[in-house]
Design a protein around this ligand. Structure first.
Ligand code: GRF
Length: 213
């Protein structure tokens, strides 16, 4: 394998399945994402995503949030592990924990999350179920910078997904997931490329595509 140490390092935080992690791994492998994944950290030891990372030869850590006395201590621990590995960008990929100041301050404007709705609609858990229950005709996927507000940081990329009348949570989730997998590597590359700035809540980039495709 070519020496990739010169590439910027990503740290990916997961709790479960890890399909977005897989999308990042695939994008690194085929050159769409010019980075290396330095470490994958899960708060659940049985997360399926850990096996995906191992399969790709990526270092993994399972750090149970209950192993630390407080949320702050857990975030400090994560920040320490990520900093030790020179991580430049932290990607939350189905990480089912709120991240707080110790991690956000260690990585200012360098923590990304992917969410299965068109934020600010339907933050929090079960976004696809919320969208169906509300009766929206369009939902989608959002990649955003993480702030202390749940699913509330500046939006980097979004893609719309039509809601069909015969959709179930599963069918809608599957179509949204395809968009998540497409958007996340692109958003990560945009952050790493630089040439962007925040104006209030707005993420402005010379590289932002005119459309989501
Ligand atoms: C995704 O839908 C993501 O948007 C949400 O949690 C799910 C994680 O799926 N935050 P996976 O673990 O990446 O497969």
């Amino acid at each position: 394998m070519a020496d990739d140490r010169a590439l910027p390092a990503l740290g990916v935080l997961i709790s479960g399945r890890g399909s977005n992690l897989q999308a990042l791994i695939d994008a690194v492998e085929d050159g769409r994402l010019r980075a290396r994944i330095a470490v994958v950290i899960s708060n659940k030891a049985d997360a399926q995503g850990l096996a995906r990372a191992c399969g790709a030869g990526i270092e993994t850590l399972a750090i149970d949030h209950r192993s630390e006395p407080s949320r702050e201590a857990y975030d400090r621990r994560l920040a320490g592990e990520l900093r030790t590995r020179n991580v430049r960008l932290v990607c939350l990929a189905g990480f089912m924990r709120l991240v707080g100041a110790p991690l956000l301050d260690a990585f200012p404007n360098a923590v990304l999350n992917v969410h299965p709705s068109l934020l600010p609609a339907f933050p929090g858990v079960d976004a696809q179920r919320q969208a169906l229950a509300h009766g929206v005709r369009v939902s989608g996927a959002t990649v955003h910078l993480v702030t202390s507000e749940l699913d509330g940081g500046p939006i980097v990329l979004q893609a719309a997904v039509p809601v069909r009348e015969d959709d179930t949570v599963d069918t809608l989730s599957a179509r949204i997931l395809e968009e998540e997998h497409r958007l996340y590597p692109r958003a990560a590359q945009m952050i790493l490329d630089g040439g962007w700035r925040l104006e209030g809540r707005r993420f402005l980039s010379q590289n932002t595509p005119g459309t989501s495709r």
